[in-house]
Design a binder for this molecule. Structure first.
Ligand code: XMP
Length: 516
Protein backbone atom coordinates (compact mmCIF):
# COMPACT_ATOMS: atom_id res chain seq x y z
CA UNK A 1 0.00 0.00 0.00
CA UNK A 2 1.02 3.53 -0.74
CA UNK A 3 -0.68 6.06 1.52
CA UNK A 4 -1.71 9.38 0.02
CA UNK A 5 -2.14 11.86 2.85
CA UNK A 6 -4.90 14.27 1.93
CA UNK A 7 -4.15 17.87 2.85
CA UNK A 8 -7.51 18.99 1.63
CA UNK A 9 -6.98 19.84 -2.00
CA UNK A 10 -8.77 18.11 -4.83
CA UNK A 11 -5.47 16.54 -5.87
CA UNK A 12 -5.35 13.59 -3.46
CA UNK A 13 -7.67 11.41 -5.53
CA UNK A 14 -5.76 12.23 -8.64
CA UNK A 15 -2.47 11.25 -6.98
CA UNK A 16 -4.00 7.98 -5.77
CA UNK A 17 -5.14 7.22 -9.29
CA UNK A 18 -1.78 8.01 -10.82
CA UNK A 19 -0.07 5.72 -8.32
CA UNK A 20 -2.43 2.93 -9.32
CA UNK A 21 -1.66 3.65 -12.96
CA UNK A 22 1.89 2.65 -11.98
CA UNK A 23 0.27 -0.66 -10.87
CA UNK A 24 0.83 0.05 -7.21
CA UNK A 25 -2.13 -0.02 -4.80
CA UNK A 26 -2.83 3.30 -3.06
CA UNK A 27 -5.18 4.50 -0.40
CA UNK A 28 -6.14 8.01 0.73
CA UNK A 29 -5.90 8.89 4.42
CA UNK A 30 -6.79 12.18 6.16
CA UNK A 31 -3.98 14.47 7.27
CA UNK A 32 -5.28 14.20 10.83
CA UNK A 33 -4.42 10.51 11.03
CA UNK A 34 -1.69 9.91 13.65
CA UNK A 35 1.54 8.51 12.29
CA UNK A 36 1.24 5.25 14.29
CA UNK A 37 -2.06 4.58 12.57
CA UNK A 38 -0.50 5.16 9.18
CA UNK A 39 2.34 2.80 10.04
CA UNK A 40 -0.14 0.15 11.17
CA UNK A 41 -1.20 -0.04 7.52
CA UNK A 42 2.37 -1.09 6.70
CA UNK A 43 2.82 1.37 3.84
CA UNK A 44 5.60 0.86 1.32
CA UNK A 45 5.59 4.60 0.67
CA UNK A 46 3.80 7.77 1.73
CA UNK A 47 2.85 10.70 -0.48
CA UNK A 48 1.79 14.02 1.00
CA UNK A 49 -0.65 15.82 -1.27
CA UNK A 50 -1.06 19.47 -2.11
CA UNK A 51 -3.35 21.62 -0.02
CA UNK A 52 -3.66 25.24 1.01
CA UNK A 53 -1.33 27.57 -0.84
CA UNK A 54 1.15 28.03 1.98
CA UNK A 55 2.19 26.59 5.32
CA UNK A 56 1.58 30.07 6.74
CA UNK A 57 -2.04 30.18 5.57
CA UNK A 58 -4.69 30.46 8.28
CA UNK A 59 -5.60 27.02 9.63
CA UNK A 60 -3.04 25.28 7.41
CA UNK A 61 -2.84 21.63 8.58
CA UNK A 62 0.42 20.52 10.16
CA UNK A 63 2.28 17.35 9.38
CA UNK A 64 1.66 15.06 12.36
CA UNK A 65 4.52 14.50 14.80
CA UNK A 66 7.08 12.01 13.56
CA UNK A 67 5.87 12.18 9.95
CA UNK A 68 9.42 12.37 8.58
CA UNK A 69 11.12 9.95 10.94
CA UNK A 70 9.12 6.85 9.98
CA UNK A 71 11.78 5.35 7.74
CA UNK A 72 9.04 4.88 5.12
CA UNK A 73 10.03 6.54 1.82
CA UNK A 74 8.03 9.77 1.63
CA UNK A 75 7.32 12.18 -1.20
CA UNK A 76 5.93 15.64 -0.43
CA UNK A 77 4.03 17.36 -3.21
CA UNK A 78 3.34 21.11 -3.28
CA UNK A 79 1.90 21.83 0.15
CA UNK A 80 3.17 18.48 1.44
CA UNK A 81 6.59 19.51 0.18
CA UNK A 82 6.47 22.83 2.02
CA UNK A 83 5.30 21.07 5.17
CA UNK A 84 8.29 18.71 4.87
CA UNK A 85 10.72 21.60 4.39
CA UNK A 86 9.34 23.47 7.35
CA UNK A 87 9.30 20.45 9.65
CA UNK A 88 12.93 19.59 8.85
CA UNK A 89 14.38 23.06 9.31
CA UNK A 90 14.51 24.45 5.78
CA UNK A 91 13.10 27.85 4.87
CA UNK A 92 9.73 28.54 3.32
CA UNK A 93 9.88 32.19 2.28
CA UNK A 94 6.77 34.23 2.87
CA UNK A 95 6.94 35.76 -0.55
CA UNK A 96 3.23 36.48 -0.81
CA UNK A 97 3.78 35.84 -4.52
CA UNK A 98 2.30 32.91 -6.27
CA UNK A 99 3.36 30.81 -9.20
CA UNK A 100 0.55 29.28 -11.19
CA UNK A 101 0.32 27.19 -14.32
CA UNK A 102 2.96 25.82 -16.67
CA UNK A 103 6.49 26.62 -15.61
CA UNK A 104 9.92 25.62 -16.90
CA UNK A 105 12.03 23.80 -14.36
CA UNK A 106 15.71 22.87 -14.45
CA UNK A 107 16.15 19.40 -13.05
CA UNK A 108 19.19 17.44 -11.90
CA UNK A 109 19.14 14.33 -14.05
CA UNK A 110 21.52 12.28 -11.91
CA UNK A 111 18.89 12.11 -9.18
CA UNK A 112 16.36 9.50 -8.15
CA UNK A 113 13.27 11.41 -9.26
CA UNK A 114 14.55 12.91 -12.51
CA UNK A 115 16.95 10.22 -13.71
CA UNK A 116 16.91 9.94 -17.48
CA UNK A 117 14.51 12.86 -17.95
CA UNK A 118 15.32 16.09 -19.81
CA UNK A 119 17.19 18.70 -17.78
CA UNK A 120 14.63 21.36 -18.70
CA UNK A 121 11.02 20.30 -18.37
CA UNK A 122 7.56 21.80 -18.13
CA UNK A 123 5.86 21.35 -14.78
CA UNK A 124 2.52 22.50 -13.39
CA UNK A 125 2.71 24.83 -10.42
CA UNK A 126 0.02 26.10 -8.11
CA UNK A 127 1.41 27.59 -4.93
CA UNK A 128 1.86 30.75 -2.90
CA UNK A 129 5.01 30.95 -0.76
CA UNK A 130 8.05 29.11 -1.97
CA UNK A 131 10.98 27.18 -0.59
CA UNK A 132 14.10 29.33 -0.36
CA UNK A 133 16.38 26.85 1.35
CA UNK A 134 16.29 23.07 1.57
CA UNK A 135 16.71 21.48 5.01
CA UNK A 136 20.17 20.27 5.93
CA UNK A 137 21.17 17.02 4.32
CA UNK A 138 18.97 17.54 1.26
CA UNK A 139 20.16 18.07 -2.23
CA UNK A 140 18.31 20.62 -4.36
CA UNK A 141 17.25 18.81 -7.52
CA UNK A 142 15.10 21.34 -9.33
CA UNK A 143 14.64 25.07 -9.64
CA UNK A 144 12.49 27.54 -11.54
CA UNK A 145 12.82 31.25 -12.12
CA UNK A 146 10.81 32.17 -9.05
CA UNK A 147 11.39 29.12 -6.88
CA UNK A 148 15.05 28.44 -6.10
CA UNK A 149 14.31 25.10 -4.49
CA UNK A 150 11.55 23.53 -6.57
CA UNK A 151 12.56 19.94 -5.80
CA UNK A 152 14.84 18.20 -3.36
CA UNK A 153 15.81 14.77 -2.16
CA UNK A 154 17.70 12.87 0.53
CA UNK A 155 17.62 9.29 -0.78
CA UNK A 156 19.51 7.85 2.22
CA UNK A 157 16.64 9.04 4.41
CA UNK A 158 14.00 8.14 1.82
CA UNK A 159 12.73 11.71 1.64
CA UNK A 160 11.74 13.48 -1.57
CA UNK A 161 9.88 16.68 -2.32
CA UNK A 162 8.58 18.54 -5.35
CA UNK A 163 6.87 21.91 -5.47
CA UNK A 164 5.05 21.10 -8.71
CA UNK A 165 2.16 18.71 -9.27
CA UNK A 166 3.45 15.52 -10.94
CA UNK A 167 -0.12 14.09 -10.89
CA UNK A 168 -1.55 16.54 -13.42
CA UNK A 169 -1.08 15.88 -17.10
CA UNK A 170 0.32 19.37 -17.71
CA UNK A 171 3.50 18.27 -15.92
CA UNK A 172 5.09 16.62 -18.92
CA UNK A 173 7.13 14.01 -17.04
CA UNK A 174 4.96 13.88 -13.95
CA UNK A 175 4.04 10.23 -14.29
CA UNK A 176 7.71 9.32 -14.72
CA UNK A 177 8.59 11.24 -11.57
CA UNK A 178 5.96 9.29 -9.62
CA UNK A 179 7.18 6.05 -11.13
CA UNK A 180 10.77 6.83 -10.17
CA UNK A 181 9.74 7.59 -6.63
CA UNK A 182 7.65 4.43 -6.32
CA UNK A 183 9.98 1.95 -8.02
CA UNK A 184 13.43 3.38 -7.37
CA UNK A 185 12.88 5.51 -4.28
CA UNK A 186 10.52 3.17 -2.44
CA UNK A 187 11.14 -0.22 -4.03
CA UNK A 188 7.46 -0.80 -4.88
CA UNK A 189 6.64 -3.57 -7.36
CA UNK A 190 4.01 -3.19 -10.10
CA UNK A 191 1.65 -5.90 -8.90
CA UNK A 192 -1.68 -4.04 -8.91
CA UNK A 193 -3.02 -5.44 -12.16
CA UNK A 194 -6.53 -6.21 -13.29
CA UNK A 195 -6.00 -9.96 -13.09
CA UNK A 196 -4.78 -9.64 -9.53
CA UNK A 197 -7.61 -7.31 -8.56
CA UNK A 198 -10.19 -9.75 -9.87
CA UNK A 199 -8.57 -12.75 -8.15
CA UNK A 200 -8.21 -10.88 -4.90
CA UNK A 201 -11.79 -9.61 -4.90
CA UNK A 202 -13.24 -12.99 -5.82
CA UNK A 203 -11.32 -14.54 -2.93
CA UNK A 204 -12.55 -11.88 -0.53
CA UNK A 205 -16.16 -12.18 -1.65
CA UNK A 206 -16.02 -15.94 -1.13
CA UNK A 207 -14.67 -15.45 2.36
CA UNK A 208 -17.29 -12.85 3.18
CA UNK A 209 -20.36 -14.58 1.77
CA UNK A 210 -19.32 -18.14 2.56
CA UNK A 211 -22.14 -20.55 1.72
CA UNK A 212 -24.84 -17.85 1.96
CA UNK A 213 -26.77 -16.26 -0.88
CA UNK A 214 -26.70 -12.74 -2.22
CA UNK A 215 -28.87 -10.40 -4.21
CA UNK A 216 -27.71 -7.63 -6.52
CA UNK A 217 -29.81 -4.82 -7.94
CA UNK A 218 -28.72 -4.05 -11.49
CA UNK A 219 -29.36 -0.52 -12.71
CA UNK A 220 -28.13 -0.96 -16.25
CA UNK A 221 -25.08 1.08 -15.28
CA UNK A 222 -21.44 0.04 -15.23
CA UNK A 223 -20.92 -0.19 -11.49
CA UNK A 224 -23.74 -2.52 -10.58
CA UNK A 225 -23.00 -4.68 -13.62
CA UNK A 226 -19.35 -5.11 -12.68
CA UNK A 227 -20.16 -5.64 -9.00
CA UNK A 228 -22.72 -8.28 -9.98
CA UNK A 229 -20.32 -9.97 -12.38
CA UNK A 230 -17.60 -10.15 -9.72
CA UNK A 231 -19.91 -11.66 -7.16
CA UNK A 232 -21.25 -14.06 -9.77
CA UNK A 233 -17.73 -15.19 -10.47
CA UNK A 234 -17.19 -15.74 -6.76
CA UNK A 235 -20.38 -17.53 -5.74
CA UNK A 236 -22.08 -18.55 -9.00
CA UNK A 237 -25.81 -19.10 -8.86
CA UNK A 238 -26.03 -18.37 -5.18
CA UNK A 239 -26.30 -14.80 -6.49
CA UNK A 240 -29.57 -13.51 -7.92
CA UNK A 241 -29.48 -10.28 -9.90
CA UNK A 242 -32.65 -8.19 -9.87
CA UNK A 243 -33.34 -5.71 -12.61
CA UNK A 244 -36.22 -3.28 -12.19
CA UNK A 245 -37.47 -1.97 -15.50
CA UNK A 246 -39.04 1.32 -14.43
CA UNK A 247 -39.68 2.40 -17.99
CA UNK A 248 -37.26 5.31 -17.67
CA UNK A 249 -34.40 3.46 -19.32
CA UNK A 250 -32.61 4.18 -22.55
CA UNK A 251 -33.30 2.38 -25.77
CA UNK A 252 -31.98 -1.17 -25.80
CA UNK A 253 -31.02 -1.14 -22.16
CA UNK A 254 -33.38 -3.84 -20.95
CA UNK A 255 -32.31 -6.14 -23.76
CA UNK A 256 -28.66 -5.46 -23.00
CA UNK A 257 -29.07 -6.62 -19.43
CA UNK A 258 -31.36 -9.52 -20.27
CA UNK A 259 -29.18 -10.80 -23.04
CA UNK A 260 -25.61 -9.50 -23.04
CA UNK A 261 -25.08 -9.40 -19.30
CA UNK A 262 -26.53 -12.86 -18.77
CA UNK A 263 -24.56 -14.30 -21.67
CA UNK A 264 -21.30 -12.79 -20.46
CA UNK A 265 -21.68 -13.76 -16.82
CA UNK A 266 -24.12 -16.65 -16.64
CA UNK A 267 -25.89 -14.81 -13.84
CA UNK A 268 -29.34 -15.73 -12.52
CA UNK A 269 -31.48 -12.74 -13.46
CA UNK A 270 -34.92 -11.66 -12.32
CA UNK A 271 -36.46 -8.86 -14.37
CA UNK A 272 -39.38 -6.94 -12.92
CA UNK A 273 -41.50 -5.01 -15.37
CA UNK A 274 -42.74 -2.04 -13.35
CA UNK A 275 -43.29 0.44 -16.16
CA UNK A 276 -46.99 0.99 -15.50
CA UNK A 277 -46.48 1.47 -11.84
CA UNK A 278 -43.86 4.19 -12.30
CA UNK A 279 -45.86 6.01 -14.95
CA UNK A 280 -48.91 5.99 -12.71
CA UNK A 281 -46.95 7.33 -9.78
CA UNK A 282 -45.42 10.07 -11.92
CA UNK A 283 -48.65 11.20 -13.57
CA UNK A 284 -49.19 14.93 -13.26
CA UNK A 285 -45.87 15.59 -11.52
CA UNK A 286 -43.38 18.05 -12.97
CA UNK A 287 -41.40 19.25 -9.96
CA UNK A 288 -37.86 17.78 -10.18
CA UNK A 289 -37.41 16.90 -6.51
CA UNK A 290 -40.92 15.48 -6.36
CA UNK A 291 -40.12 13.26 -9.35
CA UNK A 292 -36.86 12.09 -7.81
CA UNK A 293 -38.59 11.22 -4.56
CA UNK A 294 -41.36 9.30 -6.28
CA UNK A 295 -38.94 7.33 -8.43
CA UNK A 296 -36.70 6.57 -5.45
CA UNK A 297 -39.65 5.48 -3.32
CA UNK A 298 -41.24 3.28 -5.98
CA UNK A 299 -37.90 1.77 -6.81
CA UNK A 300 -37.31 0.68 -3.25
CA UNK A 301 -40.83 -0.76 -3.00
CA UNK A 302 -40.44 -2.78 -6.18
CA UNK A 303 -36.95 -3.92 -5.31
CA UNK A 304 -38.09 -4.86 -1.82
CA UNK A 305 -40.90 -6.97 -3.24
CA UNK A 306 -38.51 -8.68 -5.63
CA UNK A 307 -36.03 -9.27 -2.81
CA UNK A 308 -38.77 -10.88 -0.70
CA UNK A 309 -39.60 -13.19 -3.57
CA UNK A 310 -35.98 -14.16 -4.06
CA UNK A 311 -35.63 -14.79 -0.33
CA UNK A 312 -38.84 -16.84 -0.31
CA UNK A 313 -37.74 -18.95 -3.25
CA UNK A 314 -34.85 -20.13 -1.13
CA UNK A 315 -31.48 -21.44 -2.20
CA UNK A 316 -30.58 -24.90 -3.33
CA UNK A 317 -29.95 -25.97 0.25
CA UNK A 318 -32.81 -23.86 1.50
CA UNK A 319 -30.49 -21.21 2.93
CA UNK A 320 -31.47 -17.57 3.04
CA UNK A 321 -30.30 -14.59 1.09
CA UNK A 322 -28.14 -12.58 3.35
CA UNK A 323 -26.03 -10.22 1.31
CA UNK A 324 -26.92 -7.21 -0.77
CA UNK A 325 -24.36 -6.33 -3.42
CA UNK A 326 -23.73 -2.65 -3.99
CA UNK A 327 -21.54 -0.93 -6.55
CA UNK A 328 -20.09 1.66 -4.18
CA UNK A 329 -16.88 3.14 -5.60
CA UNK A 330 -13.77 4.43 -3.88
CA UNK A 331 -14.55 8.14 -4.46
CA UNK A 332 -17.89 7.65 -2.63
CA UNK A 333 -16.04 6.05 0.25
CA UNK A 334 -13.50 8.87 0.41
CA UNK A 335 -16.15 11.53 0.14
CA UNK A 336 -18.44 10.12 2.78
CA UNK A 337 -15.45 9.79 5.10
CA UNK A 338 -14.58 13.41 4.35
CA UNK A 339 -16.85 14.69 7.09
CA UNK A 340 -17.85 18.14 5.89
CA UNK A 341 -21.39 17.34 4.75
CA UNK A 342 -21.98 18.62 1.26
CA UNK A 343 -25.16 20.56 0.63
CA UNK A 344 -28.02 18.50 -0.70
CA UNK A 345 -28.11 19.74 -4.26
CA UNK A 346 -30.24 16.90 -5.55
CA UNK A 347 -31.63 13.88 -3.77
CA UNK A 348 -29.67 11.09 -5.42
CA UNK A 349 -31.37 7.81 -5.66
CA UNK A 350 -29.73 4.45 -5.25
CA UNK A 351 -30.77 1.18 -3.72
CA UNK A 352 -30.63 1.75 -0.01
CA UNK A 353 -33.02 2.41 2.79
CA UNK A 354 -34.55 -1.05 2.71
CA UNK A 355 -36.95 -1.74 5.59
CA UNK A 356 -35.74 -3.29 8.82
CA UNK A 357 -37.31 -6.71 8.38
CA UNK A 358 -35.36 -7.16 5.16
CA UNK A 359 -31.97 -7.07 6.70
CA UNK A 360 -28.97 -7.62 4.50
CA UNK A 361 -25.31 -7.35 5.09
CA UNK A 362 -23.62 -5.35 2.40
CA UNK A 363 -21.01 -6.62 0.05
CA UNK A 364 -19.28 -3.85 -1.85
CA UNK A 365 -16.61 -5.37 -4.08
CA UNK A 366 -15.76 -2.07 -5.80
CA UNK A 367 -15.15 -0.07 -2.64
CA UNK A 368 -11.45 0.25 -3.39
CA UNK A 369 -11.72 1.04 -7.08
CA UNK A 370 -11.89 4.14 -9.21
CA UNK A 371 -14.29 4.32 -12.13
CA UNK A 372 -11.66 3.60 -14.79
CA UNK A 373 -10.49 0.58 -12.81
CA UNK A 374 -14.07 -0.67 -12.55
CA UNK A 375 -14.30 -0.48 -16.33
CA UNK A 376 -11.11 -2.46 -16.76
CA UNK A 377 -12.27 -5.05 -14.25
CA UNK A 378 -15.49 -5.29 -16.28
CA UNK A 379 -13.46 -5.96 -19.42
CA UNK A 380 -11.39 -8.54 -17.57
CA UNK A 381 -14.64 -10.27 -16.56
CA UNK A 382 -15.71 -10.38 -20.18
CA UNK A 383 -18.58 -7.89 -20.04
CA UNK A 384 -19.39 -6.41 -23.46
CA UNK A 385 -17.58 -3.16 -24.31
CA UNK A 386 -20.84 -1.26 -24.83
CA UNK A 387 -21.74 -2.07 -21.29
CA UNK A 388 -18.39 -1.33 -19.76
CA UNK A 389 -17.74 1.92 -21.58
CA UNK A 390 -21.22 3.35 -21.46
CA UNK A 391 -21.88 6.78 -20.09
CA UNK A 392 -22.95 7.17 -16.48
CA UNK A 393 -26.72 7.20 -16.27
CA UNK A 394 -28.68 8.54 -13.29
CA UNK A 395 -30.82 6.18 -11.22
CA UNK A 396 -34.02 8.18 -11.97
CA UNK A 397 -33.20 7.73 -15.63
CA UNK A 398 -34.97 9.60 -18.38
CA UNK A 399 -37.50 10.74 -15.78
CA UNK A 400 -35.24 13.66 -14.90
CA UNK A 401 -34.37 14.43 -18.51
CA UNK A 402 -37.93 15.30 -19.42
CA UNK A 403 -38.53 18.81 -18.21
CA UNK A 404 -42.19 18.69 -17.31
CA UNK A 405 -44.50 15.78 -16.72
CA UNK A 406 -43.25 12.30 -17.60
CA UNK A 407 -45.56 10.44 -19.97
CA UNK A 408 -45.17 7.36 -22.10
CA UNK A 409 -45.17 9.39 -25.33
CA UNK A 410 -42.55 11.80 -24.08
CA UNK A 411 -40.36 8.92 -22.93
CA UNK A 412 -40.66 7.39 -26.37
CA UNK A 413 -39.59 10.66 -28.03
CA UNK A 414 -36.64 11.16 -25.73
CA UNK A 415 -35.52 7.55 -26.02
CA UNK A 416 -35.28 7.88 -29.79
CA UNK A 417 -33.41 11.20 -29.66
CA UNK A 418 -31.03 9.88 -27.03
CA UNK A 419 -30.32 6.76 -29.07
CA UNK A 420 -29.42 8.89 -32.10
CA UNK A 421 -27.06 11.07 -30.08
CA UNK A 422 -25.33 8.07 -28.54
CA UNK A 423 -25.01 6.37 -31.89
CA UNK A 424 -23.43 9.39 -33.55
CA UNK A 425 -21.03 9.98 -30.65
CA UNK A 426 -19.91 6.36 -30.86
CA UNK A 427 -19.58 6.56 -34.61
CA UNK A 428 -17.31 9.59 -34.17
CA UNK A 429 -15.20 7.60 -31.72
CA UNK A 430 -15.92 10.02 -28.88
CA UNK A 431 -17.25 7.58 -26.27
CA UNK A 432 -14.12 7.61 -24.20
CA UNK A 433 -13.50 11.34 -24.55
CA UNK A 434 -16.74 12.66 -23.21
CA UNK A 435 -17.98 11.85 -19.72
CA UNK A 436 -21.62 11.80 -20.70
CA UNK A 437 -24.06 13.55 -22.97
CA UNK A 438 -27.55 13.77 -21.55
CA UNK A 439 -30.23 14.62 -24.07
CA UNK A 440 -32.92 16.70 -22.39
CA UNK A 441 -36.46 17.06 -23.69
CA UNK A 442 -38.07 20.43 -23.03
CA UNK A 443 -41.50 18.90 -23.05
CA UNK A 444 -43.46 21.98 -22.11
CA UNK A 445 -41.73 24.21 -24.64
CA UNK A 446 -42.83 24.42 -28.26
CA UNK A 447 -41.45 26.36 -31.13
CA UNK A 448 -42.42 26.92 -34.72
CA UNK A 449 -40.47 25.25 -37.46
CA UNK A 450 -40.81 24.28 -41.06
CA UNK A 451 -40.44 20.87 -42.57
CA UNK A 452 -41.13 20.04 -46.19
CA UNK A 453 -43.71 22.66 -47.04
CA UNK A 454 -45.42 22.53 -43.72
CA UNK A 455 -45.31 24.44 -40.50
CA UNK A 456 -44.33 22.40 -37.45
CA UNK A 457 -44.91 23.17 -33.81
CA UNK A 458 -42.62 20.79 -31.98
CA UNK A 459 -40.38 20.43 -28.97
CA UNK A 460 -36.70 21.29 -28.56
CA UNK A 461 -34.10 18.93 -27.13
CA UNK A 462 -30.91 20.08 -25.47
CA UNK A 463 -27.59 18.27 -25.94
CA UNK A 464 -25.50 18.39 -22.80
CA UNK A 465 -22.08 16.90 -23.65
CA UNK A 466 -19.63 17.26 -20.76
CA UNK A 467 -16.11 16.27 -19.94
CA UNK A 468 -15.28 15.46 -16.35
CA UNK A 469 -13.02 13.35 -14.14
CA UNK A 470 -15.53 12.58 -11.41
CA UNK A 471 -18.81 14.43 -12.12
CA UNK A 472 -18.13 16.81 -9.22
CA UNK A 473 -17.07 19.46 -11.69
CA UNK A 474 -17.46 19.39 -15.45
CA UNK A 475 -16.89 21.44 -18.52
CA UNK A 476 -19.01 21.38 -21.66
CA UNK A 477 -17.32 19.35 -24.37
CA UNK A 478 -16.26 21.13 -27.52
CA UNK A 479 -17.74 18.55 -29.87
CA UNK A 480 -16.71 18.84 -33.51
CA UNK A 481 -19.28 20.80 -35.52
CA UNK A 482 -19.82 17.98 -37.98
CA UNK A 483 -20.73 15.62 -35.14
CA UNK A 484 -23.19 18.17 -33.78
CA UNK A 485 -24.58 18.62 -37.27
CA UNK A 486 -25.04 14.89 -37.75
CA UNK A 487 -26.84 14.55 -34.43
CA UNK A 488 -29.07 17.54 -35.14
CA UNK A 489 -29.96 16.42 -38.67
CA UNK A 490 -30.76 12.92 -37.67
CA UNK A 491 -32.83 13.81 -34.62
CA UNK A 492 -34.97 16.34 -36.46
CA UNK A 493 -35.41 13.93 -39.36
CA UNK A 494 -36.04 10.79 -37.40
CA UNK A 495 -37.98 12.02 -34.39
CA UNK A 496 -41.06 13.73 -35.74
CA UNK A 497 -42.01 15.62 -32.58
CA UNK A 498 -38.63 17.35 -32.30
CA UNK A 499 -37.98 20.32 -34.56
CA UNK A 500 -35.04 21.96 -32.81
CA UNK A 501 -31.73 20.77 -31.33
CA UNK A 502 -29.83 23.09 -29.00
CA UNK A 503 -26.50 22.86 -27.21
CA UNK A 504 -25.85 23.52 -23.52
CA UNK A 505 -22.57 25.42 -23.08
CA UNK A 506 -22.56 25.75 -19.29
CA UNK A 507 -19.83 24.33 -17.07
CA UNK A 508 -20.49 22.74 -13.67
CA UNK A 509 -20.63 24.79 -11.53
CA UNK A 510 -22.82 26.74 -12.06
CA UNK A 511 -24.94 24.26 -14.03
CA UNK A 512 -25.26 20.67 -12.84
CA UNK A 513 -24.78 17.94 -15.44
CA UNK A 514 -28.41 16.83 -15.48
CA UNK A 515 -31.12 19.45 -15.89
CA UNK A 516 -33.13 18.28 -12.90
P1 XMP B 1 -25.39 16.33 -11.49
O1 XMP B 1 -26.61 16.53 -12.32
O2 XMP B 1 -25.67 16.40 -10.00
O3 XMP B 1 -24.93 14.85 -11.76
O4 XMP B 1 -24.28 17.23 -11.90
C1 XMP B 1 -23.68 14.33 -11.38
C2 XMP B 1 -23.61 12.91 -11.88
O5 XMP B 1 -24.52 12.08 -11.15
C3 XMP B 1 -25.46 11.50 -12.02
N1 XMP B 1 -26.73 11.51 -11.29
C4 XMP B 1 -27.20 10.47 -10.58
N2 XMP B 1 -26.72 9.22 -10.40
N3 XMP B 1 -28.59 8.70 -9.07
C5 XMP B 1 -27.43 8.34 -9.65
O6 XMP B 1 -27.01 7.20 -9.48
C6 XMP B 1 -29.13 9.92 -9.19
O7 XMP B 1 -30.18 10.23 -8.64
C7 XMP B 1 -28.40 10.85 -10.00
N4 XMP B 1 -28.62 12.17 -10.34
C8 XMP B 1 -27.58 12.53 -11.15
C9 XMP B 1 -25.45 12.34 -13.27
O8 XMP B 1 -25.85 11.61 -14.41
C10 XMP B 1 -24.00 12.75 -13.33
O9 XMP B 1 -23.20 11.73 -13.87
Amino acid sequence: TVLVVDYGAQYAQLIARRVRECHVYSEIVPSTMPVEEMLAKRPKAIILSGGPSSVYADGAPQAPAGMFETGVPTLGICYGYQAMVQALGGTVARTGRSEFGRTRMQAGTDTVLFAGLPAAQTVWMSHGDSVAEAPEGFRTTGSTESTPVAAMEAPERGLYGVQFHPEVLHSEHGQAVLRHFLYNGAGCRPTWTMVNIVDEQVERIRTQIGGKRAICGLSGGVDSAVAGALVQRAIGDRLTCVFVDHGLLRKGEVEQVEKDFVEATGAVLKVVDAQERFLDALAGVSDPEEKRKIIGREFIRVFEQAAREVVAEGGKEGDDVEFLVQGTLYPDVVESGGGTGAANIKSHHNVGGLPDDLRFSLTEPLRELFKDEVRRVGEELGLPAEMVWRQPFPGPGLGIRIIGEVTRERLEILREADAVAREELSRAGLDRDIWQCPVVLLADVRSVGVQGDGRTYGHPVVLRPVSSEDAMTADWSRLPYDVLAAISNRITNEVREINRVTLDVTSKPPGTIEWE
